[in-house]
Design a protein around this ligand. Structure first.
Ligand code: ZN
Length: 485
């Protein structure tokens, strides 16, 4: 591919602030899975703010950092990945995505948990570890069935909510070092939640990038158990997992080889790893470009995943395609030969080969499809404005941030963005600075059209907003193609 390097002086000339220039960490292609230097740029989304960095009014007086966002594909292992990383300290210092605000997510997690408990005969002797356990929306279903569980969650404010539900939760980023500590290489140093964060250079270090915060509860538990400094000795051996879950976290970990090595370390010999993540085929074929933001480093296909797992002695033995989030893959993996290989793996690999995922031409039309989508959506919004119609948005999501910023739809286009999350209301959308308000505002203001930015929850939201629609309000669903409902 053409060199992607841009001189800092040129970036300054284009108006980048110093912070953004410093954070342009990846200046040339180097596959984060196989190490190949052969990559091709697939889509350039320009400079984008951090998609989950919802602003407060007082933030408007400060410069808002923006970073390049470019998608490339490795021409050796065919892993789709973004070129420009932002240090996780910027991404996760305060995170506002609480899974429990979505009924769909709650239902999805409950069904999955009940299935796994039954299918894998999980009980009091088992351990379920969930990576990026969020507010415990998933683990609570194991806990209610008496299955011991442990959450690992990088955002302290969200981990706190899980702990308040009595779900043991570590604050930290998952990787092989953390996995080794969990399986008994000795307890990690205890850092109270209130302690200051380590400097970024320490976070980026080789050893454990983030401290493990044990919080105010004990290692063993919920909010009622007081201050037990070290975990009980008998528990040390039990920290290998029968089941490791990772929903929408795998694509977030930039050091993907270390992440998969950590899965292997943490897994009991007969245990299972189940990961869910947006599927690259849905991204490319449905033009779901708004799935791309700085937190999502990777967009996985089975073709690209197989070598990544095999490198760590793990084998993918089953896959399922799920409709959630515009199309996801649910992957089942274990130690090599620990579980019988199911036909789903061979079938999906064959399908991917037939579609051409192992060749550049498969990815080449993507940017064109996104440009067409921009043309039709922006054209529609302009047309409505000319007709004197009013418009708002729904869903102050990360997806929405990518879409609004790339399409240049700001306050002039949408009066407000409604969102159910009380954590988001009162803030402003990143980059575009549109006020975020409660969904009740839709009925009060009755905008003629509402752009559904969280189109992946369309069924749920259309049902919730029945009254607005019955009074004549219309939703615009932008992806995979623009339609009005
Ligand atoms: Zn590669």
């Amino acid at each position: 591919m053409a060199p992607v390097q841009t001189a800092p002086a040129e970036l300054r000339r284009r108006g980048w602030n110093e912070n953004s220039i410093l954070c342009l960490m990846s200046l040339s292609f180097n596959c984060r899975s196989c190490g190949s230097g052969q990559g091709a740029l697939i889509l350039d989304l320009g400079l984008q703010p951090l998609a989950n960095n919802l602003l407060r009014l007082e933030d408007l007086s400060k410069a808002e950092p923006k970073f390049p966002l470019r998608l490339a594909v490795c021409q050796s292992c065919w892993l789709l990945q973004i070129l420009d990383l932002v240090p996780p300290v910027q991404l996760f210092s305060e995170y506002l995505y609480f899974s429990s605000f979505s009924d769909l997510m709650l239902r999805h997690a409950k069904q999955a948990a009940e299935r796994y408990i039954k299918e894998f005969s999980l009980g009091q002797q088992s351990l379920v570890v969930e990576i990026a356990s969020n507010d415990g929306y998933s683990l609570q279903n194991f806990q209610s069935h008496g299955v011991p569980c442990l959450g690992i969650e990088p955002a302290a404010n969200i981990a706190k909510v899980a702990r308040e539900k009595g779900i043991e939760t570590l604050v930290g980023f998952f990787g092989n070092d953390l996995a080794k500590e969990l399986v008994g290489a000795g307890p990690a140093p205890i850092v109270p939640l209130s302690s200051p964060s380590p400097p970024p250079e320490e976070r980026a270090g080789e050893r454990r990038p983030f401290p493990i915060h044990r919080g105010t509860g004990s290692w063993g538990g919920g909010p009622d158990q007081e201050n037990v400094g070290a975990r009980p000795a008998e528990n040390v051996e039990s920290r290998q997992a029968d089941l490791i879950l990772g929903n929408n976290v795998f694509a977030h970990a930039p050091n993907t080889n270390d992440f998969v090595a950590g899965l292997r370390t943490l897994l009991k010999p007969g245990g299972r790893i189940i990961l869910e993540f947006p599927y690259a085929v849905d991204l490319i074929e449905k033009g779901e470009f708004d799935t791309i933001y700085h937190e999502h480093v990777f967009y996985f296909s089975l073709t690209a995943l197989r070598p990544l797992f095999e490198r760590q002695g793990l084998s993918i033995f089953h896959v399922e395609r799920l409709p959630i989030h515009g199309g996801s893959l649910r992957l089942f993996a274990g130690l090599d030969r620990a579980h019988p290989m199911q036909p789903s793996v061979g079938l999906l690999l064959e399908e991917e080969t037939r579609k051409g995922l192992g060749s550049l031409s498969y990815y080449e039309g993507f940017a064109q499809r996104v440009a067409q989508l921009k043309h039709s959506l922006v054209g529609l919004v302009q047309q409505l404005k000319q007709q004197g119609k009013s418009a708002a948005g729904y869903g102050a999501s990360a997806k929405g941030s990518t879409l609004l910023n790339f399409f240049g739809l700001g306050k002039g286009a949408l009066e407000f963005v409604a969102d159910r999350s009380t954590y988001k209301q009162g803030r402003l959308t990143p980059g575009t600075h549109i006020p975020i308000v409660p969904p009740s505002r839709l009925l009060e203001k009755m905008p003629d059209y509402t752009l559904l930015l969280t189109w992946n929850f369309a069924d749920e939201i259309l049902e919730q907003q029945k009254a607005y629609r019955e009074k004549g309000g219309k939703f615009i669903i932008p992806i995979p193609s623009v339609r009005i409902v």
